[in-house]
Design a protein around this ligand. Structure first.
Ligand code: URA
Length: 182
């Protein structure tokens, strides 16, 4: 078993915070261990909780369709979340939950995968890397954090809610193509 697989196994059995009580499945994340791009969402939604896989609902479909426009497929990237268990009623993850889960698992997944680009999805994910940044100001602008390249995107669920955010998401993904080339 690889180290990333053993992290995933620990996540599946995790009871470090109360989110474990309401979950159907924990969602460790998935993708090839050779992936150079890592996408980090907020936390599993209803579909993800049922299937145990990240971004398999409506926002995932929109995100993956948009990434396909620049030739990125699900099997090319590693997709995970800040918190690995669904917050009840789809509420926002709490600061303690984010801290506990990402310090225990996400940081390790990043270290083991060692991606060239980390794409954050939404404000919570961005906040883990650039706490003071406003997502509405910096989306689509690469950030350098501790030697890592962070590319902030709006959350695809938000992009689905408002046409102007949907367009911004699509424009930011188009610009990502240049970043990947370079
Ligand atoms: N939204 C997220 O942030 N993550 C998922 O896995 C699904 C929806």
């Amino acid at each position: 078993m690889s180290e990333l697989e053993s992290v995933a196994r620990r996540i599946l059995n995790c009871t470090l915070c109360d989110l474990c009580q309401g979950r159907t499945h924990a969602v460790p994340g998935e993708g090839p261990e050779s992936a150079r791009i890592m996408l980090i969402g907020e936390g599993p939604g209803a579909q993800e909780d049922v299937q145990g896989r990240p971004f398999v609902g409506a926002s995932g479909q929109f995100m993956l369709e948009t990434l396909a426009t620049i030739g990125l497929r699900r099997q090319d990237v590693f997709i995970t979340n800040l918190v690995k268990c669904r917050p009840p009623g789809n509420r926002d993850p709490l600061p303690d939950e984010i801290l506990m889960c990402s310090q225990t698992y996400l940081d390790l997944q990043i270290e083991l995968l060692d991606p060239k680009i980390i794409i954050t999805l939404g404000r919570f994910s961005l906040g883990r890397f650039v706490p003071q940044a406003s997502i509405s100001r910096v989306h689509g602008q690469p950030q350098s954090v501790g030697g890592r390249l962070i590319y902030p995107l709006l959350h695809p669920a938000a992009a689905l809610r408002r046409p102007e955010w949907r367009q911004a998401f699509q424009v930011d993904v188009a610009r990502l193509a240049d970043l990947i080339k370079n």
